[in-house]
Design a protein around this ligand. Structure first.
Ligand code: ZN
Length: 176
């Protein structure tokens, strides 16, 4: 699960000319902002990015990403494994102004110099495609259920115990 196949940066002067394809895995250690919304650092991100020119000579970044990560279940607050996946269709632009001139179908990715930060790009796409709230399948929040059941049990024992005491007293009376 080496992430060495994904370089830190791509040179935007070369990758589109060469129609480069970059694919491989990225460790969560290289995605600090994404990692912050996760329950732990266990996970795997795999991706493929293609760099091409569009019909209007836009610099297109297309591809896909998949990730297996752990988020917090919002019901029981325990880790929950989820799979996220997304297609990537971005147009690389130099600034906000160029972004405004893009075809509405294309989302801009602004890179002001020649160094395209690949992890940053992937990280942003991952954050966008990860659901804001996730829950275990209904009935799978074991810890939460156990906790509630335990609480109920304690309550019922507490409320029943005076009668149990009375009953045992009564029993001992009648046995006399
Ligand atoms: Zn849960």
């Amino acid at each position: 699960m080496s992430d060495s196949s994904i370089p830190a940066y791509a040179d935007t002067r070369k990758i589109f000319q060469q129609e480069d394809v970059i694919s491989g895995n990225l460790g969560l250690n290289r995605l600090p902002r994404f990692s912050k919304i996760l329950a732990n650092d266990q996970g795997l991100v795999s991706l493929e990015l293609k760099f091409t020119f569009g019909e209007a000579k836009e610099r297109l970044i297309t591809g896909s990403l998949q990730a297996q990560v752990n988020v917090f279940c919002q019901r029981c607050l325990k880790p929950l494994a989820i799979a996220v996946a997304d297609d990537i269709i971005l147009a690389l632009v130099r600034d906000e102004e160029a972004a405004l001139r893009l075809d509405a179908k294309l989302d801009p990715w602004i890179c002001e110099d020649h160094k395209l930060d690949l992890a940053e790009l992937i990280e942003e796409q991952l954050i966008l495609c990860t659901p804001i709230v996730s829950y275990h399948e209904s009935g799978d929040c074991m810890t939460q259920k156990d906790y509630v059941a335990g609480e109920d049990a304690t309550e019922s024992i507490a409320s029943e115990s005076p009668f149990a005491v009375l009953r045992s007293l009564k029993d001992s009376d009648t046995s006399d």
